[in-house]
Design a binder for this molecule. Sequence first.
Ligand code: ZN
Length: 82
Amino acid sequence: MTLSKEQEMQVRSWIDSKTGSLTCPVCQSKSKSVEGMVAMFPVNTEKNVDMNFQMPVVIVACGNCGYIMPFSASKMGLITKD
Ligand SMILES: [Zn+2]
C-alpha cells in the first residue's frame, strides 16, 4: 500500500503527537523521512517466524544515519482491523 500525501502528513502528525519530536536512538538526529508505503513485517509466533502472520508497519528512517524505525500502521489509523 502506497501512502498518499495526506497519509504521509497523517504519519508525521501522529509521530509528532506521540513523541514530541522523534529523536534517532542511534545518532540523536531529529531529521526523519517517512518511507512512502506500508510494509509487512513477519511476526514471530512461538519459536518460528511465520510468514502467514504479518504486521503492517510504516517505516520511518533517520535522515542522518538511516536507522529505520517501524511503526504500527493500525496504531496510526492507516489500517483498520476487520
Ligand atoms: Zn540516526
